[in-house]
Design a protein around this ligand. Structure first.
Ligand code: CS2
Length: 499
């Protein structure tokens, strides 16, 4: 490729000669959505759907303003700002080919730590009808031990004392909604796009807890004017590697400081509950349904939990990527068993979904060797993921006296993983807000395995469930004595005999 072109609005016509670019006039697009959390997932998912939609020239109201909320987000903010909100989406197809396109739906970018007022004004703007969120599973400030909003979080305390310059999403949403109310601006929709069962319910519950303390008189206005649709979101989006960046430059001649890579599959199932109107995302493949709960449950407990199973077992065995893990025949057999024996009985009937082919397709997606989804990414923030992805299956199985063996082995493997080394003695990179506690409890577990289950913010009251505690303790001891692979094989064999 002769010349290298920098990705930005000015160069878009030139870039369009190389890869597909937005053909709509971005200058005509008004912001109708404020999105908080402009990481890879948002850019592979909602922003992608919205970009597709904006290619219908009659639609000009649904541009996205991307908000970077945390100091940590400086880099993505600066990158997108410099590139006029543009970035390349690189879809890694199953046959290894790459489908690339420039996405143009993020028409504005704001950096909250630099200018909180601007973010508040944007969220309060009458043009803005929807505020969408990808703030991660841990971002909802939910405490599993108390089953309520965590007011002990120092950032929340900060927001309560500095309402005009907040730091957390709760401070922002509260002030923005307050402005809307005071100015007579209509309500809006707050739509979570995170992997949480009942993500809309969770957002509403957590926000209202905060509001009741910060601005109690706003509560009834929110109840009447703001909707919180639940949704199920799906597209595997690994972290972008330096090779992805340099390949784009070498092969297509495009200099993009932060392209996004993802799988071809995508799904978005949304409850049709928007208090101020919404884009016709159904025309570009999203599904609007009355009740999204069964879909969420299916996705979280099969796909996300599947990831966790492959990630934790794979990490202990020394693998780096999810495809390596699932290509170990014993691990993939284990995952199939886990899904069939322990998860499927908890799901009930899902109208219009063929569960067998869904599970089959997951194995294929996990096995995509071009995605190279990092086990480090999957295992990161496990303390927020286990309670959502894996533990609901444990609770359901406990209730009906069902099998717990597979889930218990994974949880025991996580306790051993939290010691910080794989089975070959190689250090593991553990990225977790609760890293210190996890490690401390993991060390205690060497003497007394059930100590790990005492982390109440993760396990709630599970430590009192003898059936589970026994299964966990047995699994823990077996892994210590025989190594993870032998335990996986043993359970697979047992399950085979029972079939
Ligand atoms: C992953 C998800 O973070 C995780 O543990 O399971 O990021 C997953 O890739 C997405 O939810 C796919 O939709």
């Amino acid at each position: 490729m002769a010349n290298i072109i920098k990705l930005n609005q000015e160069n878009l016509t030139e870039i369009a000669k190389r890869i597909p670019c937005p053909t709509y006039n971005r200058n005509n697009i008004k912001t109708g959505i404020v999105h908080v959390g402009i990481g890879g997932f948002h850019r592979a998912h909602e922003a992608f759907y919205t970009d597709q939609l904006l290619h219908d020239e009659s639609i000009t109201d649904w541009g996205i303003c991307g908000v970077a909320l945390l100091d940590f987000d400086t880099k993505i903010y600066k990158t997108l700002k410099k590139q006029d909100g543009l970035y390349t989406l690189i879809i890694k197809e199953l046959d290894g080919s790459l489908t690339k396109r420039v996405i143009g739906s993020i028409v504005e970018c704001l950096f909250a730590p630099e200018n909180p007022t601007m973010v508040l004004e944007k969220m309060a703007s009458p043009d803005v009808k929807i505020i969408t969120l990808t703030i991660t599973e841990g971002g909802y400030n939910y405490n599993e031990a108390t089953r309520s909003f965590d007011f002990t979080n120092p950032q929340i305390q900060y927001d309560l004392n500095h309402p005009k310059t907040p730091k957390t999403i709760f401070g922002y949403l509260t002030q923005a909604l307050k402005l809307r109310k005071e100015r007579g601006v209509k309500g809006c929709t707050i739509q979570s796009c995170d992997n949480i069962q009942g993500n809309g319910h969770m957002t509403k519950k957590m926000l209202l807890s905060y509001v009741q303390k910060a601005e109690p008189e706003l509560t009834s206005w929110i109840e009447l004017n703001v909707s919180f649709p639940n949704s199920m979101v799906d597209r595997i989006t690994p972290a972008t590697s330096t090779t992805d960046i340099s390949n784009l430059k070498e092969i297509s001649g495009i200099e993009d400081a932060w392209p996004v890579v993802c799988e071809p599959f995508k799904q978005w199932v949304i409850e049709d509950n928007f208090s101020a109107g919404r884009p016709a995302w159904q025309t570009v493949g999203a599904q609007f349904v009355q009740d999204v709960v069964p879909y969420e449950k299916m996705k979280l407990s099969l796909l996300n939990a599947g990831h966790t199973v492959l990630g934790i077992l794979g990490a202990l065995m020394g693998y780096d990527t999810i495809d390596q893990s699932v290509h170990n025949p014993q691990i993939s057999e284990f995952l199939k068993n886990y899904m069939d024996v322990e998860v499927t009985p908890t799901l009930g009937h899902l109208e219009g979904v063929d569960l067998d082919s869904y599970k089959q397709s997951l194995l294929q997606r996990f096995g995509n060797i071009y995605i190279k989804d990092q086990i480090d990414r999957i295992c990161s923030e496990s303390s927020a993921k286990f309670p959502i992805f894996v533990l609901p299956t444990v609770y359901s199985q406990l209730k009906k006296n069902g099998s717990l063996a597979f889930a218990s082995l994974v949880i025991a493997a996580w306790a051993i993983y939290s010691l910080g080394k794989d089975e070959h003695g190689k250090p593991l990179t553990i990225k977790d807000a609760m890293e210190t506690t996890l490690n401390k409890k993991a060390i205690e577990s060497k003497e007394n395995p059930r100590a790990f289950l005492e982390i109440e913010t993760i396990f709630g009251k599970l430590k009192d469930e003898e059936t589970f505690v026994n299964a966990f303790t047995n699994a823990y001891k077996k892994i210590e004595n025989n190594g993870i692979e032998k335990c996986v094989i043993e359970l697979n064999n047992k399950s085979f005999k029972n079939k």
